[in-house]
Design a protein. Structure first.
Length: 173
């Protein structure tokens, strides 16, 4: 089921919440914190049945939708677990992030940026440039490589695709 080109923050929120609740075959959650921007862009493309390349404009639309969300607050922060920046949902435990130095790009933004990860909020162009190689290589997933002893970008696994498809099928656009 494809959306009529849908790029709303509600889907990002639904995706993050669902992935936190879903379990892998080994019993672990798919995510514990948030999702990377490339993973989110891939999921939006799946939602919209869109196989065109991810562009700077597409990244800009994703960031804009999250920064202008109506129902949720997001956090762009560094996740030490996968050694990459992720987009997470603000929870009650994190409702004092602004007191800790987290900041928004503009006054009514619904996305806070981690001051330890970002000296200033990155522009859509900077984010696109940062992830352009990852996106061009279709490596939207951060995975642990035992033989390399670190996390690397890889293609979306069958398990992740199944999870994304399940989330999309349960999503009401």
């Amino acid at each position: 089921m494809c959306a009529n080109y849908y790029l709303d923050a509600n889907f990002a929120s639904h995706l993050i919440r669902s992935l936190k609740e879903m379990r892998k075959p080994n019993g672990l959650p798919f995510i514990t914190n948030g999702i990377t921007l490339p993973f989110l862009a891939y999921a939006y493309k799946r939602l919209n049945c869109d196989d065109s390349p991810i562009t700077e404009e597409y990244i800009h639309k994703i960031i804009s939708s999250i920064e202008n969300a109506k129902d949720d607050k997001f956090i762009y922060q560094h996740c030490s677990e996968i050694d990459e920046d992720v987009i997470a949902l603000e929870t009650r435990m994190e409702d004092r992030l602004e007191e800790q130095g987290y900041y928004a790009r503009f006054s009514n933004s619904t996305m806070l940026y981690d001051p330890d990860a970002f000296e200033k909020a990155p522009s859509s162009k900077q984010l696109y440039d940062r992830y352009n190689k990852v996106i061009s290589n279709n490596t939207f997933s951060r995975v642990w490589k035992k033989d390399e002893y670190n996390y690397v970008w890889d293609i979306i696994s069958e398990e992740e695709n199944t999870a994304i498809n399940t989330i999309i099928n349960n999503y009401n656009t």
